[in-house]
Design a protein around this ligand. Structure first.
Ligand code: P6P
Length: 337
C-alpha cells in the first residue's frame, strides 16, 4: 500500500488529465464534485445517532425497499452537489424511479451520472461499513432532451466508475480505464489523499462471499461450486476455503480488490422472474469495471457483465465477480462444463 500525502485527488486528476488527455476537464470536475459529495455523506454517516440520521424514513424506494433516513440524505447530497456544475445532462439513482434531468436553470453537460447513494443500508443502524457506488456514461450525441433510453448503455461504455466505502476509513476507489486507484479521506486536511495507486487482484483465492442462508434456493452450478469449497483440502479443490459475507457489496468488493476472493449474488428460486438481487446499471457495472481494471473478472454466471445490453434502468442481474480463475470456474459450471 503506497501512501503519498502529497498527492491529493485533485492533483491526481489534474496530472492524469495533463499526462494523457484521458479525462477531459469536464469529467475531472465531475469526479471532484462526486468526491466532495461522498465527503459530506461520510460526515453524515459518521455522526450516526448523534446526527439523528439513523432508522427508517418510513418510505419505500423504486425497488419496494424501506428507505433509511441516510438513503434519502445521501441521494439529496449527490443531486444537490451535481446539478449546477454544468458537466451533467442527467442523473439516475437507486432511490429515484425516473431519471433526474439537470434543471433548465443550470447549464447542461455531456455526462450521465448513475449512483446507488448508500449501498448496504441494512447495515447503517448496526455500524457496519456501507458505501456509495457511482458510474459515469456519456450522453449519446443528438437528441435535444435527455431521456431514460440515453442511460441504457452497456457497462463497457462507462468513462468512469467508483465507490466510496464508509468504514474504519473513508476510502474513495476510482477507475477511468487506467487501472484502479484509492484515496483515503484525511479528515484533518478535509481532502482525499492517494493511498493506493495500483490494485492487482490475485487470480486464485481461498475466500468466497455469498449469503449461505439462500443455499436451498440456488441453481445447481452455484451449489456445486460452494459445496466443493466446503469440502476443503479433502475435496476436489484440494484446499480449504474461508467465507465472508458483510451484506454490503461495497465492503465485500473492497476486500476482494485488496486481497482477492470471489463474490456471488446469483439468481435463485425465491423470485425466479428476477435475474438477481443486484442492479446492473449502478451496482454491477461500476463494480465489474473496477474489478476487471484490477485484473479480476465479472460475469452474470454466463456472460461478461460489461457486455450486457440493459433494457431497463433498474434492471437486476446475477453477479459473480473477483479472482479471475474462480469466476471462470463458476462460469464454466453454469455453461455446463
Ligand atoms: P442480503 C445491500 O442491500 C445489497 O444490495 C448489497 O450491498 C449486498 O451485497 C446485498 O444487498 C446483501 O443482500 O440478501 O444478503 O441481505
Amino acid at each position: 500500500m503506497s501512501s503519498n500525502p502529497n498527492i491529493s485527488l485533485t492533483r491526481y486528476l489534474i496530472e492524469l488529465q495533463r499526462s494523457n488527455q484521458i479525462i477531459p476537464s469536464e469529467l475531472r470536475l465531475l469526479l471532484e464534485v462526486v468526491a466532495r459529495a461522498c465527503k459530506s455523506i461520510s460526515h453524515a454517516v459518521n455522526k450516526g445517532a448523534l446526527g439523528g440520521v439513523l432508522g427508517s424514513a418510513e418510505s419505500e424506494n423504486v425497488q419496494g425497499e424501506i428507505q433509511k433516513k441516510l438513503d434519502i440524505i445521501a441521494n439529496e447530497v449527490l443531486i444537490e452537489a451535481n446539478e449546477w456544475g454544468g458537466h451533467l445532462a442527467a442523473m439516475a439513482s437507486e432511490e429515484m424511479d425516473d431519471i433526474y434531468p439537470v434543471p433548465n436553470r443550470y447549464p447542461q453537460g455531456e455526462y450521465l451520472l448513475l449512483f446507488d447513494p448508500l449501498d448496504g443500508s441494512s447495515n447503517i443502524d448496526v455500524n457496519v461499513s456501507i458505501g456509495t457506488i457511482f458510474s459515469v456514461l456519456k450522453k449519446p450525441e443528438g437528441g435535444a432532451v435527455v431521456s431514460k433510453e440515453d442511460f441504457l448503455q452497456s457497462g463497457a461504455q462507462q468513462v468512469a466508475a467508483g465507490y466510496c466505502v464508509y468504514g474504519p476509513q473513508t476510502t474513495l476507489v476510482l477507475t477511468v480505464g487506467q487501472g484502479v486507484v484509492a484515496f483515503t479521506l484525511d479528515r484533518e486536511q478535509g481532502s482525499f489523499v492517494l493511498t493506493q495507486n495500483q490494485f492487482k487482484i490475485p487470480e486464485d483465492t481461498q475466500e468466497f462471499a455469498i449469503n449461505m442462508s439462500n443455499m436451498r434456493h440456488w441453481d445447481e452450478p452455484v451449489k456445486r461450486y460452494v459445496d466443493e469449497c466446503l469440502q476443503g483440502v479433502e475435496g476436489p479443490r484440494g484446499k480449504n476455503f474461508n467465507m465472508r459475507w458483510i451484506a454490503s457489496m461495497v465492503a465485500d468488493v473492497h476486500r476482494i480488490l485488496t486481497r482477492g476472493g470471489v463474490f456471488m449474488y446469483p439468481w435463485d428460486k425465491r423470485e425466479p422472474n428476477k435475474a438477481g438481487k443486484l442492479r446492473l446499471m449502478y451496482e454491477a457495472n461500476p463494480m465489474s469495471w473496477i474489478i476487471e481494471q484490477a485484473g479480476g473478472a465479472s460475469t452474470n454466471g454466463r456472460e461478461r457483465i460489461l457486455d450486457l445490453q440493459p433494457s431497463q434502468l433498474h434492471e437486476r442481474v446475477s453477479v459473480v465477480l473477483g479472482s479471475k480463475n474462480e469466476v471462470e470456474r463458476i462460469t464454466a459450471y453454469h455453461r455446463g462444463a
